[in-house]
Design a binder for this molecule. Structure first.
Ligand SMILES: Nc1ncnc2c1ncn2[C@@H]1O[C@H](COP(=O)(O)OP(=O)(O)OP(=O)(O)O)[C@@H](O)[C@H]1O
Length: 465
């Protein structure tokens, strides 16, 4: 017996669905509003029939939250003819099915049965969340959890997916996850790196060629499109796809037919398309460097990968992961991260995102040598400097600015306070290593000691040479 929730403000519909679903042997809950529906869904349900026009808001706005509830339910939208939120948008949002009212009992029961069958099969294989974790996507920050939910839903559909995000955010990882969680998981995942397609060989790389079709074509060769048959074709850096190729490629995407170079006949390939880019494709279409019809074809589902600075809560777990990965790679005993180092890492903006963090942790493992704790001094200096530049509290940024006129302190006193804040932060970033502080600040070692003394900061004992 499965648990089914009906969220609809129309009492007649609620009652009819209740009878139909209960007769099918399922436990049925009814809710007349989004708020009530959400509290029922929190109890864990398998399928939700969701009306879009509800008294306390549009149903489509609640799809994400309903999908994220305990039971990770499938959603079947059941909506009146007048609603302008269309089937395409709904399905692109990862909804299981879209039914128009008035719906026959057969339509409703068929849709419910297929959703439940899918759940049974997929839970038999694995818990979707566990499968997602197995795809190697680390992080539990709210923005990451939302992304994971979107990946899960994208994987359940067959629609084209366009993954957007800055460099190094994990777009390729997400594309892999969409494939590994889809019904095509046992078939090939073929990557086309569009930034690396040489104009002369591009057609042969994508569509293959026949022996003798050009100099150097010594044998028949299958292209990436043919190799993706049954699986997923991943167009990485799709914004770099040469304009000259965009038109012919659009046709291939639409018809799933292509002609190998030198062949008289066309071949077909049943592939699911996933593309990724860090470029602004909308803007590119405005500038005429990307075809709008191709963009339209690529982005049935859009997945936005948030930058690392918007999921600070993930930095620690990712840093630990890359630290342990690098320790294994370099066959050194496991290391731990110092508290100060975590502060520096979480305060940095990570323009290169997760890839930059992975590289930094690898460099820190090398830099820390035999030490079993990694300190800020093992980080590249630009990261430590950014920590120094960053005010701890607004007040320290410029104490004078926030000072009411009546409280203006004598300049020398103000300067002492500012210096003290700087040197405290410097020593924290350098884990109290004066030579390191000297290197980072550009001051001599004796000068550092002098400043520490003047600022009343306890001085670390001088190292013997
Ligand atoms: N959430 C994550 N958990 C674990 N590893 C991650 C995560 N996100 C990214 N990575 C790792 O970071 C590196 C960069 O990720 P990926 O290549 O997927 O980024 P990208 O957005 O495709 O980059 P680019 O735009 O430069 O092609 C990879 O080694 C990937 O495994």
């Amino acid at each position: 017996m499965s648990k089914v929730l009906v969220i609809d403000d129309d009492e007649f519909i609620r009652k009819s669905l209740y009878r139909l679903i209960s007769d099918m042997g399922h436990d049925t809950m009814l809710a007349e509003s989004l708020e009530h529906g959400m509290s029922c869904a929190e109890q864990g349900v398998d399928v939700i029939f969701l009306d879009l026009d509800l008294p306390d808001g549009p149903g489509q706005d609640a799809i994400d939250n309903l999908c994220a509830t305990n039971g990770k339910p499938e959603i079947i939208v059941i909506t009146g003819v007048g609603d302008n939120y269309g089937a395409q948008e709904t399905l692109a949002n990862g909804v299981w099915d879209y039914i128009r009212k008035p719906a026959s009992p057969k339509t409703v029961s068929t849709s419910l049965k297929s959703a439940l069958k899918y759940r049974q099969e997929s839970s038999g294989r694995h818990d979707p969340q566990a499968r997602l974790d197995a795809c190697g996507i680390i992080g539990e920050a709210p923005a990451t959890q939302r992304t994971k939910q979107h990946i899960l839903r994208a994987a359940q559909s067959e629609a084209s997916v366009l993954i957007l995000g800055e460099t190094g955010v994990g777009k390729e990882l997400a594309a892999h996850a969409v494939h590994s969680m889809s019904r095509r998981r046992d078939k090939p995942f073929m990557v086309v790196d569009c930034s690396n397609l040489s104009e002369s060989l591009v057609e042969s790389i994508l569509y293959g060629h026949r022996k003798g079709s050009f100099t150097g074509a010594h044998a028949d060769r299958r292209g990436l499109v043919a190799q993706a048959n049954g699986g997923t074709l991943f167009l990485d850096e799709v914004g770099e796809l040469p304009m000259s190729l965009q038109k012919s490629f659009l046709r291939v995407l639409q018809e799933q037919r292509f002609r190998p170079v030198g062949s008289a006949t066309e071949e077909t390939s049943d592939f699911r398309l996933v593309a990724a880019t860090n470029r602004d494709l909308e803007k590119m279409t405005e500038h005429g460097t990307f075809r709008s019809d191709l963009l339209f074809r690529l982005r049935t589902i859009e997945l936005n990968m948030p930058p690392l600075r918007e999921r600070v809560a993930d930095i620690e777990v990712l840093a630990r992961h890359f630290l342990s990965e690098s320790c294994n790679r370099y066959a050194v005993p496991p290391k731990t991260l110092s508290r100060q180092l975590l502060k520096v890492l979480t305060g940095y903006a990570w323009p290169g995102n997760v890839r930059e963090l992975a590289n930094v942790m690898e460099a820190a493992v090398i830099e820390s040598g035999a030490a079993n704790v990694v300190y800020p001094k093992h980080l590249p200096s630009h990261i430590r400097l950014s920590f120094l530049d960053k005010p701890k509290k607004k007040r320290q940024q410029n104490p004078a600015q926030e000072m009411p006129l009546g409280e203006l302190m004598p300049y020398m006193e103000y300067k002492v306070q500012r210096d003290r804040a700087y040197f405290m932060r410097l020593m924290e970033a350098c884990s109290n290593d004066v030579s390191e502080a000297s290197r980072l600040s550009g001051l001599s070692v004796p000068s550092i000691y002098r400043h520490l003394g003047m600022a009343g900061i306890p001085t670390p004992s001088r190292r013997r040479r």
